[in-house]
Design a protein around this ligand. Structure first.
Ligand SMILES: [Zn+2]
Length: 916
C-alpha cells in the first residue's frame, strides 16, 4: 500500500524489465472456424537465447522433479541454451491436481544473477511424468568476471552514500548480501546491500536495495523497499509453546463484539494468538510506538495483544488488533480453501501482524508488508484502523505470498504486477467473504472501507475498473520506483476484467497459478499476460475462455510491442540506454551517449564483450546506424562531450591491475585512433570539453584535494590555468576560443559562486560575475554555466526555499549582465536543473513537486526551450513521461533521455513543440 516512494537509479528502471517477443502461435487444428490458439507456444527471450516461455510440451521426464527438470533442460540444450550446472533450485510448488513446478535461480560462476529464475512444469506420476512447459529468465550472454576489484569498505561507503540526507546517512546501516550479477548485456558485478535509514529525502523511514558496481565503484541500481532489519531481535511471545487454544470475545474496530480464537497462557491470562490453523496467527498492539521500532522484529518488551480474561478489552477494537487477527484468518482460509495453500510461506509459518503504529510521532495512514509481517497504522479520527479493511489486510498478506513465490521485484512493471496482484487478491478475498457481486460498484475499489466518513469512491486508494491502459496511461519515469503503485491498475484491471467475465473461482485459480507457477522476479506486463494464458491452459480452460483472457489483456494494452504504440512527438535515436543518470552529449549534428555494452541500439545484447559500458555515436537526424566509439577494452566509458567532430570522455579501469581514470579523445568519424588526453596516478580527471582544436578538463588531486583546470590549445600539451588558492572550478564549457566555468570559494561566512570566462587568445580571465543579487536582496548561487551565441549563460538560484532559478546572460568581456528569464516567470527552470544551449536556443528542465494525489505523467520532469536572447518558454516536447538530461545540438535541435515508453531512450526534436 505505501505510496510514498522514490528511487534513484543509475541503471534505468527498464534495464531489468525485459520485453518478451511473442511469436506467432500455430493455428489450432479444430474446424475451419477455429481462431488461433491464444496461448503462445514459444515466446523468445530478450537479451538472451533462452526462451521466455515454451508451452504445449508432453515430453517424458524421469526422476525427482528437480532431477527430471535438469535432465530435460540438458537434453534440449539447442532449445533452451541453459546450462543446468548454473542452476540452483530455490523452491517448488505442487498443486492438488498433481502439477509440479521446479523453480531454479541462475548462478553465473556461482554468483546469483539478480532476478533470473527458470521454471520447469511437470505433470503425471512415475513413468507417466511429463514436462508440460518451461520458461522464465535465464541470461545466456553473461561473461562478466566475478571477482570484485573495489575494496569492500569502499563498496559499503558507496551504498551508504546513496542516502541523501547527511544526518540520516550518519545513522544509516548497510546490510551486505554479497555479490550478485545484474543481467545487463554481458552482466555487471555488483555488491548488494539493504540500506536502512530514516531518510527524510525519501519520505520517511525506509529501506533501500542498493547495488554497487564492484568493479567500477558506482551505484548501479537502487530502489526503495520495506525490508526488515537483519538479525531480528527475539520475538516476544511468538512461540506457541505452553499456549492452549481458546475462544473468547473482543470488540472490533466498529464496536461490535465478535468471537475470537485466542490462546490461554500458563498463568491463565490470554493473548491474541489464533491456533486453529497450521499457521499460528499472532497480533501485536504497538500502542502508538513508532513503526521503526518494529524494523528488526517485535521488541522484546512487547507481548502480543493481551487480556486477563477471555473477553478482550475495548483497546483490542480501537487499536485494530481484533480486526487484524480476524482478517488474517479470513485471508489464510481463502488461500487454503481455494488453492490448498498453507499460509503465506506455504509451509504453515507463523503469521504476524502489528497494529496501531505511528510514524515520526504522527498518526500513520498506511499499511505494509515488511518482508516478514504486516504493519498497520491507526490514523483516526476520520479513519478506522487500517487492519479493519479486509481488502487492505488481503493486499498486504498477498505481498507475503508473492515474496514466497514469484518474488516480483518492487520496481517498474514487475513492481506494478506485484502491487496489482496484491490488489486483485485483496479485493477477491473481500468480495468473497462479504458475498458481494462482481457488479457491485464497490467491488473494484481498494481500501474503500477504511474511512469513517465520505463515500467509498472518495476513500479508495485505487480502483481496478479505472480502464487504464499501457498505451494511454503508463507512467514513464523513476518516481514511485518506476510506477509500481501508479501503473498497478493497468495490470490488475485486466485481471479484474477476467474475474468479471469468467467465473470468479476460475479466475482466482488462474491468477494464483500464474503467480506461483509462471511469474519470475523481473517479468514485465507481457510476461504476465503469457503467464496467465499458460496457467489457464493448465487449468483446462476452453479456447473461448482463453480468448476471453487474452481479450482482457488486449483491452488494457498489454500485448507485445505496446511500448511502440505510445504516441511520442520525438524521434528515437537509441533505445533502452538504461543509464538514466548519464548525460548524453550533442553538437555539430551528432550525438554521443553511454550505454551498456555491447549494443543497446540493436537491442540484442550480443554477450561477447566483458566491458561494462560503451559510448555510441550517431547522427542527430537519426540517419544511419549508431556506431560504437569507445574501444572494447573492458573499461567503463562515460561522461562524453562533443563538438560534432571529436568526442572526449572518461574511461575507468575495472580490474585490480587497471583501476585508472583516463581521459580519451577520438574522431566521431572513426577515421583516427583513440588517443589519451590525461592519465596520472592519484588523480581524477573530469568535466572534459572540446571545441575545434581546443580541449579542456579538470583534474582533482587526491593528495592535495585541489581541483585544477587544464587546457590544450590547438593540439598542444595541456597546461594548467592559474586559479586563486581555495577556489574550485566546476562545470567547464568551451566554445570558439573561450573557456568558462563556475568558480566557487569561501569568503568569510559567505560561499561565493561566480560564472567565469577565460579568453584563450588573451590568455586571461575576461569576465567574472560573482553571485548576482539585486540591491538589498539575498545572495544567489550560480550553476550550469554555458557559452552560447557569443555570451555566457547560467542559472541563478536565489537563497532560501524557492524552487526556481533565473537564467542570466553575461558578456564575455565582463561588461554586464542581463536577465533572460526571471525566476518568478511562468515555467522558470528548477533550481540546480540542467541548462543546455546552442547559439540560437536554450533548453532547461522543470521538475514539479509531487502532486497531492500522487505522481502523474504531467508532473514528471519536462523540458522547456526559449531563444538565447530571451522570450516565452515553450515546451520542447509533448512526450508525456519523464524528460531529462537535455543536450543542445545546432539551432533549436535538442537530444535528451526520455522515459515515456517505460525505458530510457535517447530521443531528439528539431524545434520546440510549443504548447501541449
Ligand atoms: Zn502494496
Amino acid at each position: 500500500m505505501p505510496r510514498r516512494s522514490r528511487t534513484s537509479t543509475a541503471l534505468g528502471i527498464s534495464a531489468t524489465a525485459v520485453v518478451a517477443l511473442a511469436l506467432a502461435a500455430p493455428p489450432a487444428l479444430a474446424g475451419p472456424a477455429a481462431a488461433p490458439d491464444p496461448v503462445p507456444s514459444l515466446v523468445a527471450g530478450q537479451d538472451t537465447a533462452a526462451p521466455q516461455l515454451v508451452t504445449g510440451l508432453a515430453e517424458p521426464a524421469v526422476g525427482s522433479p528437480a532431477d527430471a527438470a535438469r535432465a530435460h533442460l540438458a537434453a534440449h540444450a539447442d532449445r533452451y541454451h541453459v546450462d543446468p550446472g548454473e542452476l540452483a533450485e530455490v523452491g517448488s510448488e505442487s498443486t492438488p491436481d498433481g502439477r509440479r513446478t521446479v523453480r531454479f535461480e541462475q548462478r553465473h560462476d556461482g554468483v546469483p544473477v539478480f532476478g533470473a529464475q527458470y521454471l520447469v512444469h511437470l505433470t503425471g506420476e512415475g513413468a507417466g511424468q511429463r514436462v508440460e512447459s518451461v520458461g522464465g529468465k535465464y541470461f545466456t550472454g553473461l561473461t562478466v568476471p566475478t571477482t570484485a576489484t573495489v575494496p569492500a569498505a569502499a563498496l559499503r561507503d558507496l551504498a551508504l552514500g546513496s542516502v541523501q540526507d547527511p544526518k540520516a546517512r550518519a545513522a544509516a546501516t548497510a546490510e551486505d548480501h554479497g555479490l550478485v550479477v545484474l543481467p545487463d548485456g554481458a552482466g555487471r558485478l555488483a555488491q548488494r546491500f539493504t540500506v536502512h535509514a530514516a531518510d527524510p529525502a525519501t519520505g520517511g523511514p525506509a529501506a533501500r536495495e542498493v547495488f554497487v558496481d564492484a568493479t567500477v565503484g558506482v551505484v548501479a541500481l537502487a530502489y526503495d523497499t520495506r525490508a526488515p532489519l537483519p538479525s531480528p531481535a527475539p520475538t516476544a511471545g511468538s512461540s506457541a509453546a505452553g499456549l492452549e487454544p481458546a475462544t473468547g470475545t473482543a470488540p472490533d474496530a466498529r464496536g461490535n463484539s465478535v468471537k475470537v480464537n485466542i490462546a490461554r497462557l500458563p498463568d491463565g491470562s490470554y493473548q491474541l494468538t489464533d491456533l486453529t490453523r497450521p499457521a499460528a496467527i499472532t497480533t501485536y498492539d504497538a500502542g502508538g510506538r513508532d513503526e521503526m521500532d518494529f524494523g528488526g522484529g517485535i521488541p522484546a518488551d512487547l507481548p502480543p495483544a493481551h487480556s486477563p480474561g477471555p473477553d478482550f478489552p475495548a483497546s483490542a477494537g480501537t487499536s485494530g488488533a481484533t480486526d487484524a487477527s480476524v482478517n488474517a484468518g479470513i485471508v489464510y482460509d481463502f488461500y487454503h480453501d481455494r488453492f490448498g495453500r498453507n499460509g503465506l510461506d506455504g509451509k504453515g509459518g507463523a503469521i504476524t501482524s502489528v497494529v496501531n503504529v505511528t510514524q515520526d510521532g504522527a498518526p500513520y495512514a498506511n499499511a505494509y508488508w515488511d518482508g516478514k509481517k504486516m504493519v498497520y497504522g491507526n490514523p483516526g479520527p476520520s479513519y478506522y484502523p487500517f487492519s479493519a479493511a479486509l481488502d487492505i489486510a488481503g493486499h498486504e498478506m498477498t505481498h507475503g505470498v508473492i515474496s514466497n513465490t514469484a518474488d516480483l521485484v518492487g520496481m517498474g512493471q514487475a513492481g506494478a504486477m506485484n502491487e496489482g496482484l496484491a490488489d486483485y487478491f485483496g479485493n477477491a478475498i473481500e468480495v468473497t467473504a462479504r458475498g458481494m457481486s462482481m457488479n457491485d460498484p464497490a467491488a473494484a475499489l481498494l481500501g474503500e472501507s477504511k474511512c469513517r466518513t465520505g463515500t467509498p469512491e472518495a476513500c479508495a486508494d485505487r480502483r481496478m475498473d479505472d480502464h487504464r491502459t499501457t498505451v494511454n496511461d503508463y507512467l514513464g519515469g523513476t518516481v514511485d520506483n518506476g510506477g509500481q503503485h501508479l501503473n498497478a491498475t493497468i495490470f490488475s484491471g485486466a485481471l479484474w476484467d477476467i474475474r468479471r467475465t469468467l467465473d470468479p473461482l476460475t479466475a482466482d485459480r488462474l491468477v494464483y497459478r500464474a503467480l506461483t507457477a509462471y511469474l519470475t522476479p523481473l517479468d514485465d506486463f507481457v510476461a504476465g499476460r503469457n503467464a496467465a494464458l499458460a496457467a489457464g491452459r493448465d487449468l483446462g480452460l476452453s479456447h473461448a475462455q482463453l480468448r476471453t483472457v487474452a481479450a482482457a489483456f488486449d483491452a488494457h494494452g498489454i500485448k507485445a510491442g505496446w511500448e511502440n504504440r505510445i504516441g511520442m512527438d520525438s524521434r528515437t535515436l537509441a533505445r533502452n540506454l538504461s543509464y538514466s543518470m548519464a548525460p548524453p552529449a550533442a553538437g555539430g549534428g551528432h550525438w554521443v551517449a553511454m550505454a551498456p555494452a555491447p549494443d543497446p541500439v540493436k537491442g540484442t545484447g550480443g554477450g561477447n564483450s566483458s566491458s561494462t559500458t560503451a559510448l555510441y555515436t550517431g547522427s542527430t537526424t537519426g540517419r544511419g546506424a549508431p556506431v560504437r566509439l569507445s574501444p572494447d577494452d573492458g573499461r567503463y566509458h562515460s561522461w562524453p562531450a562533443t563538438d560534432g567532430t571529436t568526442a572526449v570522455w572518461k574511461a575507468i579501469g575495472t580490474t585490480a591491475q587497471n583501476h585508472s581514470r583516463e581521459l580519451l579523445a577520438a574522431p566521431l568519424s572513426g577515421a583516427g585512433p583513440v588517443r589519451s588526453l590525461f592519465l596520472a596516478d592519484g588523480t581524477e580527471p573530469g568535466s572534459p570539453q572540446v571545441s575545434g582544436g581546443d580541449i579542456a578538463f579538470t583534474v582533482n588531486d587526491f593528495t592535495t584535494h585541489r581541483t585544477s583546470i587544464r587546457l590544450s590549445h590547438d593540439g598542444a600539451p595541456a597546461v594548467e590555468l592559474p586559479l586563486a588558492d581555495g577556489h574550485h572550478p566546476d562545470d567547464l564549457t568551451l566554445k570558439d576560443g573561450y573557456l568558462a566555468w563556475t568558480e566557487s570559494w569561501q569568503d568569510g561566512q559567505q560561499y561565493v559562486t561566480a560564472p567565469t570566462v577565460y579568453s584563450i587568445a588573451a590568455g586571461k580571465v575576461t569576465a567574472q560575475y560573482t553571485a548576482h543579487a539585486a540591491p538589498g536582496a539575498a545572495a544567489t548561487s550560480a550553476s550550469s554555466a554555458r557559452l552560447a551565441g557569443g555570451r555566457l549563460l547560467w542559472l541563478d538560484t536565489p537563497a532560501g526555499a524557492t524552487a526556481r532559478a533565473s537564467v542570466r546572460s553575461g558578456a564575455l568581456d565582463g561588461s554586464g549582465v542581463t536577465e533572460v528569464l526571471a525566476a518568478d516567470s511562468p515555467n522558470a527552470p528548477t533550481r540546480g536543473g540542467s541548462l543546455t544551449a546552442s547559439d540560437q536556443a536554450l533548453t532547461y528542465k522543470v521538475e514539479s513537486t509531487k502532486p497531492a494525489g500522487g505522481w502523474t505523467n504531467a508532473a514528471l520532469p519536462k523540458l522547456w526551450q526559449l531563444p538565447v536572447g530571451g522570450g516565452t518558454p515553450q515546451r520542447l516536447s509533448c512526450d508525456r513521461g519523464g524528460q531529462d538530461q537535455p543536450a543542445a545540438d545546432q539551432g533549436t535541435r535538442v537530444v535528451w533521455l526520455d522515459s515515456t515508453p517505460g525505458r530510457t531512450d535517447l530521443v531528439v526534436r528539431d524545434r520546440a513543440a510549443g504548447t501541449c
